[in-house]
Design a binder for this molecule. Structure first.
Ligand code: C5P
Length: 322
């Protein structure tokens, strides 16, 4: 009697589940999984169109962020602009050959997975991180992107300890833990020379500051920021305010292109416009904003606008002491 009841309820379940499952399968074949209809697998995606005209006018998904063998074309106009940023008499052919010696074959960040929901944290170096307690939230993201001389040891509670990508240029270079992707930001031709040297025989090139001869880095995970992507940010996002965009701005727009959702931490100057760091007590060393290299207030406006339209989640931290 009991087993009869069990069989009956089993059959009842089968009668309900099977047709539902068949209908669902048919739906998938015809329509694709629900995420195929959106630009990613998250509830909202950075690349969702029509949210903001201001954003859609600037964001160009066709421009790829990394220089790879598959994406090695540097249009002459980009090359001229890029080489002119810091050096007046660059040797074009030399830079070109060095570039192609060290770039990876393909973009490690690209996927064809439409259902992907990649959540990222970009962590700038602002002092507003001090006492913020953001560490856990930062570490919970899929990618954590840091930059320049960022340190985590001793600051884990506020900045977290996970890093997947680290942006740097020769003057801001430091050793990285294994498994972290180094992204070189080549601000000038000599940066390419330095990069290929530190990845091979050791560097002997000099700069306005002492450069590291070697850095500990996972060579297979090293990548170069594409000069065309750099120019795109200068043209479309910072619109030529400042001589060129800051590392933080480059990293943030990079995040918009490679992530589906983006949380932004550690951006924010003090009331006088100084870019103080969370690991330093550099009250006297902040006049950089007056040099005109980057335009901190214009960049801050872009970041606020992105937050207003919901393309990023901006965590402002604690107000910096001025
Ligand atoms: O100073 P540094 O360039 O290493 O900092 C990385 C980035 O963090 C900057 O390029 C800037 O975009 C951001 N930053 C900021 N406010 C600060 C310090 C840094 O917005 N107080």
């Amino acid at each position: 009697m009991r087993s009869y009841k069990t069989i009956k309820s089993f059959l009842a379940i089968c009668c309900f589940v099977s047709p539902t499952y068949i209908i669902y399968r048919l739906y998938l074949v015809r329509e694709g999984p629900p995420c195929m209809k959106k630009s990613c697998g998250c509830e909202t995606c950075i690349t969702d169109q029509g949210v903001s005209h201001w954003f859609d006018k600037r964001f160009n998904s066709r421009i790829e962020p990394l220089l790879t063998s598959d994406n090695q074309n540097i249009p002459p106009a980009v090359l001229l602009w890029w080489l002119g940023l810091q050096s007046k008499h660059p040797k074009l052919s030399f830079v070109h050959s060095r570039l192609f010696e060290i770039m990876p074959k393909s973009d490690p960040l690209k996927t064809d997975d439409f259902c992907r929901c990649r959540r990222c944290a970009i962590v700038g170096n602002s002092k507003n991180l001090k006492g913020s307690n953001y560490g856990e939230l930062i570490d919970s993201q899929d990618f954590v992107i840091r930059m320049n001389r960022a340190v985590t040891k001793g600051y884990e509670l506020d900045v977290g300890k996970k890093t997947t990508h680290h942006f740097m240029y020769p003057e801001s270079a430091q050793d990285l833990e294994p498994n972290i992707h180094l992204v070189l930001v080549p601000f000038k031709p000599r940066d390419i020379w330095w990069f290929s040297n530190v990845l091979s025989n050791g560097n002997s090139a000099s700069s306005y500051t002492r450069l590291k001869r070697y850095i500990k880095v996972d060579k297979d995970k090293a990548a170069i920021f594409h000069p065309a992507f750099f120019k795109y940010i200068s043209d479309s996002w910072t619109e030529h305010h400042g001589r060129y965009p800051s590392t933080g701005m480059l990293a943030l727009i990079f995040g918009l292109h490679i992530c589906d959702q983006l949380s932004v931490f550690g951006y924010g100057m003090d009331s006088k416009g100084n870019w103080y760091h969370y690991w330093e007590n550099n009250r006297l060393a902040g006049a950089f904003h007056l040099t005109g290299v980057h335009n901190a207030s214009f960049e801050a406006k872009i970041i606020s606008r992105l937050a207003e339209i919901g393309k990023i989640q901006l965590y402002r931290g604690r107000r910096e002491a001025s």
